[in-house]
Design a protein around this ligand. Structure first.
Ligand code: NAD
Length: 470
């Protein structure tokens, strides 16, 4: 276990970056501190009639922009420290990808696998009710989303509970994001974090000089990848990387890991796990009973996509990956970070890399507030305009397009296309911004520090515009 708490680790990364800026110390303290934390507990009557006390938190790290935003996690690791650390990361993450929210995070200290659907629904609805009571949820206040152990189902219980307590509130659907589409969600949100990880990794791997420094060729094709955690984020990141030609040589879940130097077919592994209850025993792969050892496999790219504190001072020396792409929040401890960097490893930091989820949550929130699906007003108009253009090309050139060509060339963007395109633009330009900061410091700093500086500068500007701080 790391000797420092998660929040201390995040604070150390902040302090390292803050020391390189020339902002007023009072302003830096304001940016660093967590604005409010709400701890509560409530009783749960379980299906067998027994009573249990459930502990829960919601932390709002920064009110410099409203609403605050951040996921809700169901895990036995949840604690005040963890929720505050994750809320803190959310603030910087939103700033890095120019999403106009402060950071927040919530957590319920349960192992969701040990509760029935009915019990989880009771927990989620009561959690929401407690947030409503204290004004810790609302479209302009604080907007939760899925995180570890939660998904669209929990978000639909949240919006339903909030709606029932706020009758007539026009924008109530925007109280939470990551909802099912029928409940006001947006197409592309489920895959968004993993897709964002893919865009971020693709961008990092496209810079020839950065790849040359690692002894790698630019591009994703043939890159050997290990992924830890096949949940929402890990599964989708692995899927898009595999589709782009990367080779999945190792996959790890909590029950164990599998290794195959020639590559694993992700869909086949998922089907095998569904049928047998485990990824172990996958035909043609070697089993690794101690799942954490998968982190040490020989590979180009390691993607921790499970939980924080996975790469520590204890195992960092044995990590062989040339690139660590932090899909999870806080997977590398502060001390491990130093060890990896010393070895020349490129770390693509969580504050940037997993921001695809909050980016598309922002799109969902805007959709809910505008009460209009993206693309609804323009799709047919664009299609007709493309058709007219194609007709003109046919007339001028004498070349007749097939129906298939016409349909392809005149295809206009629907909601999912626009979401994915907005996400790609966000992840690509944010990477360039972070890389530019690093270059401003003559490449003497790592990407994590550059990302923090980028976030601190943007948040500082908000406070400076208020005229409170110099
Ligand atoms: P999830 O619950 O969907 O998936 C997590 C997976 O990790 C599960 O399959 C679980 O079995 C597995 N796992 C747990 N412990 C493990 C271990 N020791 N070794 C290997 N696998 C293990 O959660 P998620 O939403 O994919 O979140 C994963 C990480 O990504 C978290 O750090 C979360 O904060 C972060 N994140 C999630 C989102 C999002 O949109 N869901 C957004 C940003 C960041």
């Amino acid at each position: 276990m790391p000797s420092q708490s998660f929040l201390e680790q995040v604070s150390r990364s902040f302090d390292r970056a803050a020391a390189l800026t020339d902002h007023d110390p009072g302003l830096l303290t304001q940016i660093r501190n967590c604005n409010s934390v709400y701890y509560f507990s409530f009783p749960l009557k379980r299906d067998d009639g027994s009573l249990e006390t459930i502990e829960a938190w919601r932390a709002e790290h920064s009110h410099h922009k409203m609403p605050t935003k951040g996921g809700i996690r169901y895990s036995t690791h949840v604690s005040e420290d963890e929720v505050m650390a994750l809320a803190t990361l959310m603030t910087y993450k939103c700033a890095i990808v120019d999403v106009p929210f402060g950071g927040a995070k919530g957590g319920v200290k349960i192992d969701p696998r040990k509760y029935s659907r009915n019990e989880l629904e009771k927990v989620t609805r009561r959690y929401t009710f407690e947030l409503v009571k204290k004004n810790f949820i609302g479209p302009g206040v604080d907007v939760p989303a899925p995180d570890y152990g939660t998904g669209p189902r929990e978000m639909s219980w949240i919006v339903d509970t909030y709606n029932s307590l706020s009758a007539g509130e026009l924008n109530s659907t925007a109280c939470v994001t990551g909802k099912p589409v029928a409940q006001g969600g947006i197409r592309g949100r489920t895959e968004a974090t993993g897709r964002g990880v893919f865009f971020g990794v693709r961008e990092a791997c496209s810079v020839p000089e950065d790849m040359a420094a690692l002894g790698l060729e630019p591009g994703l094709a043939g890159k050997r990848v290990v992924v830890q955690g096949l949940g929402n984020v890990g599964y989708h990141a692995a899927l898009f990387l595999q589709e782009a030609g990367a080779v999945l040589v190792g996959l790890a879940e909590y029950e164990g890991a599998i290794h195959a130097p020639d590559g694993l077919d992700l869909q086949a592994v998922v089907a095998h796990r569904r049928d047998t209850g485990s990824i172990l025993g996958f035909p043609g792969a070697t089993d690794i009973v101690d799942s954490s050892q998968a982190l040490e496999l020989d590979c180009d790219l390691l993607i921790p996509a499970a939980l924080e504190g996975q790469i520590t001072a204890e195992n960092a020396d044995r990590i062989r990956a040339k690139i660590v792409a932090e899909a999870a929040n806080g997977p590398t401890t502060f001390d491990a970070d130093a060890i990896l960097l010393k070895r020349g490893c490129l770390i693509i930091p969580d504050t940037y890399l997993n921001a695809g989820g909050v980016t598309v949550s922002y799109f969902e929130w805007v959709k809910n507030l505008s009460h209009l699906r993206f693309g609804r007003m323009s799709k047919r108009f664009d299609q007709a305009a493309y058709r007219r253009l194609l007709d003109a090309v046919e007339k001028i050139t004498g070349r007749e397009f097939t129906e298939r060509e016409l349909a392809g060339f005149s295809r206009a963007a629907d909601e999912e296309d626009l979401v994915n395109s907005g996400l790609e633009e966000t992840m690509v330009s944010a990477y360039q911004q972070v890389r530019d900061v690093r270059q401003r410091y003559d490449n003497e700093i790592d990407l994590r520090t550059a990302a923090f500086i980028n976030a601190i500068d943007k948040i500082a500007l908000c406070y400076q515009d208020l005229g409170i701080f110099p």
